[in-house]
Ligand binder design. Structure first.
Ligand code: ADP
Ligand code: ADP
Length: 227
C-alpha cells in the first residue's frame, strides 16, 4: 500500500498545441479508491499512464509513498495496471496467464502457485485455472486480468475502463465485486471511467477532469450535496 501524489503534473504530447493534462494536483491516501472521471479525451488515460510510467510527464512530479518516481520505468514503480481489452495470452491457461509476470520476474514456482491460488480464490476463478481465455465469459476474463495484476502484490493498482467490454448487467455486478475486492485488499487504487454512475458508486473520492483540467476532487457524498 502507498500514497500517491500528482504534484503539478502537466503533459503535452509531442506536436500538440496544448497540454492533454495541465497542472494536475491530487493526493491519494493509502488504501484509497480514487476514480478519475470525465468525457472522452479529457485526459483520464494520460493521467493514469503517467502514474504507470507509460507516458513521460512534461513537467511536475509523481510520488509513490513519498518517493519521486517521475523518472522511473514502469517496472521500477511497483504499480500494476488492468487494461480494458484484458490483453490475456490466448494460448496460455488462466493459471499461466495469472502467473506469467511473476515467472518473468524470476519468482519461484511454489510461490507463484500459492499466489495464483490465493488470487483465484478471491476472484472466484479456482475452477477455471486450467481453461483457456476463449473458454471464459467476458466477466471471467476480466477477473483473470485483475488476477494477473493482483498476484504481483503491487503498491498501487491501476484500472483503465475495465468494465467497458461487459454488458450492462454484468457491469453492475462486476463493479460491486471490484469495489469489494479493493476494500478487502486495501490496495491504493486509481480507476478510470467515463461513466459517472460507476464513478459515484465505486470511488472513495472522485476526481472530475475536463479538457485536461481537474474540476473537482471530492467524496461522492459531498458531490451530491454540493454539485
Ligand atoms: P481520456 O482517457 O479521458 O479519453 P486521453 O488521456 O486518452 O483522454 O487523451 C487526452 C487528450 O490527449 C486527447 O485530446 C487525446 O486526443 C490526446 N492524446 C492522447 N494520447 C495521445 C498521443 N499518444 N499523442 C497525441 N495526443 C494524444
Ligand atoms: P511450467 O511453467 O514449467 O509448466 P508449472 O506447471 O508449475 O510450471 O506452471 C507454471 C505456473 O503456472 C505456475 O508457477 C503457476 O503460476 C501457474 N499454475 C499452473 N497451474 C496452476 C494451478 N493449478 N494452480 C495454481 N497455479 C498454477
Amino acid at each position: 500500500m502507498a500514497t500517491v501524489t500528482y504534484d503539478n503534473v502537466t503533459l503535452t504530447y509531442p506536436g500538440a498545441d496544448r497540454p492533454s493534462v495541465s497542472d494536475l494536483n491530487i493526493e491519494i491516501a493509502d488504501g484509497e479508491f480514487l476514480v478519475l472521471v470525465g468525457p472522452s479525451g479529457c485526459g483520464k488515460s494520460t493521467s493514469l499512464r503517467m502514474l504507470a510510467g507509460l507516458e513521460e510527464v512534461t513537467s511536475g512530479r509523481i510520488l509513490i509513498d513519498g518517493r519521486d518516481v517521475t523518472a522511473l520505468s514502469p517496472k521500477d514503480r511497483d504499480v500494476a495496471m488492468v487494461f480494458q481489452n484484458y490483453a490475456l495470452y490466448p494460448h496460455m491457461s488462466v493459471a499461466d496467464n495469472m502467473g506469467f509476470a511473476l515467472k518473468i520476474a524470476g519468482v519461484d514456482k511454489s510461490e507463484i502457485r500459492k499466489r495464483v491460488e490465493e488470487a483465484a480464490q478471491i476472484l472466484d476463478l479456482t475452477q477455471y485455472l486450467e481453461r483457456k481465455p476463449k473458454d471464459l465469459s467476458g466477466g471471467q476474463r476480466q477477473r483473470v486480468a485483475m488476477g494477473r495484476a493482483i498476484v504481483r502484490q503491487p503498491q498501487v493498482f491501476l484500472m483503465d475502463e475495465p468494465l467497458s467490454n461487459l454488458d450492462a448487467k454484468l457491469r453492475v455486478q462486476t463493479r460491486t465485486q471490484i469495489a469489494d475486492l479493493q476494500r478487502r485488499l486495501g490496495v491504493t487504487t486509481v480507476y478510470v471511467t467515463h461513466d459517472q454512475v460507476e464513478a459515484m458508486t465505486m470511488g472513495d473520492r472522485v476526481a472530475v477532469l475536463k479538457d485536461g483540467l481537474l474540476q473537482q476532487c471530492d467524496t461522492p457524498r459531498n458531490m451530491y450535496d454540493h454539485p
